[in-house]
Write a protein that binds this ligand. Structure first.
Ligand SMILES: Cc1cc2nc3c(=O)[nH]c(=O)nc-3n(C[C@H](O)[C@H](O)[C@H](O)COP(=O)(O)O)c2cc1C
Length: 371
């Protein structure tokens, strides 16, 4: 495995990834409260995983309005930027590279995060979904998302400015780039799909209109920090969270041509969310490769072998690993030496909590010295 393509370097944007194994973005909800500030513990967690070709952070809200879950980090206050600096410094000291995943959840949110009790969305349609909210009793629960408020055109302009400011903040915080979260049923995805976007202005209706929001976001952040520091995550195949739209694939393929013209750094496909894993057709992979000259990253239930096999086809460049990397901070080492993997031991530690189930998963070398 050590000699496989998984361990070959590749240039990405402004840095060179030393391998093709990426830490997939994973929300872990461990910010300091109040105000959702990244901590020393988060710096330790990411630095432990710095042997990845590059790290994509957990989703990070661009504004207070963009928040949908308890304890997720932000990128819109000076305190948050200072917190993130500790994370980027720790990763860089460990010779890693790290990009910030920026999100606005749109309607995937809860009344308690909004002064007027209303999340926002392209149209006033509730998702069939729940978000994780910690109550005043300190207990986290999955709660229904309410019917959101439809955005005005002025609101849309302000959100695009929020993306621009968050991108600028991410660079100030020392990130090597950003990934715009355009998948998994969040705001950008809500604009993209007919099921969640019923607007009759220039942001709704035709595919071109439904792509207008994401294009304006990418133009703004590309203008702010350079398109070669910008990737985008998309989830063409999801149907849950009220996102079912057979036209999503066509929309995303058309978008990929536009992303190419803009000179985006990479497209990241979220192929399987947890175990909802539709097969991705070869036809789609070939079409995406033909449309887009940047790098292609994939994620979703990959093993070392399936990752190598797919990169070997020449259709993708990087494979992001979520749960395996969560439980194995030294995942590239384990893959390279074909060593056994730790499993996630306690799912109650996935979201929120302390070092347990977060920074205490052992490297292989540590288990050897203990035994
Ligand atoms: C605990 C957890 C949190 C996640 N949070 C995010 C997130 O913040 N942003 C995102 O785009 N995907 C998120 N995902 C999805 C992962 O990035 C990845 O696509 C998914 O886990 C499938 O990959 P895997 O089979 O290698 O775990 C999360 C997944 C897990 C397990």
């Amino acid at each position: 495995m050590k000699n496989s393509i998984l361990f070959s370097s590749k240039k990405l944007g402004t840095f060179k990834a030393s391998n093709r194994i990426v830490l997939a973005p994973m929300t872990r909800s461990r910010t300091a409260q109040p105000n959702d500030i990244p901590t020393d513990l988060m710096a330790e967690y990411y630095a432990q995983r710095a042997s990845a070709g590059f790290i994509i952070t957990e989703a990070t809200q661009i504004s207070a309005q963009g928040k949908g879950y308890s304890f997720t980090p932000g990128m819109f206050t000076a305190e948050q930027v200072t917190g993130w600096k500790k994370v980027t410094q720790a990763v860089h000291q460990a010779n890693g590279h790290i990009v910030s995943q920026l999100w606005h959840v749109g309607r995937m949110s809860h009344a308690s995060f909004h002064a007027d009790g209303l999340p926002v969305a392209p149209s006033a349609i509730a998702p069939d979904a729940q978000v994780w909210v910690v109550g005043v009793d300190g207990i986290g629960r999955m709660l229904d998302c309410p019917v959101p408020r439809a955005l005005s055109k002025q609101d849309i302009k302000e959100i695009i400015l929020d993306y621009r400011r968050a991108a600028s903040n991410a660079i100030e915080a020392g990130f090597d780039g950003i990934e715009i979260h355009g998948g998994n049923g969040y705001l950008i995805d809500q604009f993209l799909r007919r099921s969640s976007n019923k607007r009759d202005d220039e942001y709704g209706g035709s595919i071109t209109n439904r792509l207008r929001f994401v294009m304006e976001v990418l133009e703004a952040v590309g203008d702010e920090i350079g398109a070669n520091k910008v990737g985008i995550r998309l989830a063409p195949f999801i149907t849950q969270r009220g996102m079912d739209d057979a036209e999503a694939i066509d929309a995303i393929l058309l978008a990929s041509k536009k992303f190419n013209e803009m000179g985006l750094d990479y497209i990241h496909l979220s192929e399987a969310d947890w175990d909802d894993a539709p097969m991705v057709s070869d036809e789609f992979r070939h079409a995406l490769r033909a449309n887009f000259n940047g790098s292609i990253v994939v994620a979703g239930n990959y093993t070392a072998k399936t990752g190598v096999d797919l990169i070997d086809t020449g259709l993708v460049d990087f494979v992001a690993y979520g749960r395996k990397f969560l439980a194995n901070p030294d995942l590239p080492y384990r893959f390279g030496h074909e060593l056994p993997l730790n499993e996630i031991t306690d799912t109650s530690t996935l979201f929120g909590g302390d070092a347990r189930g977060y920074t205490d998963y052992p490297n292989y070398a540590d288990t050897k010295s203990v035994n």
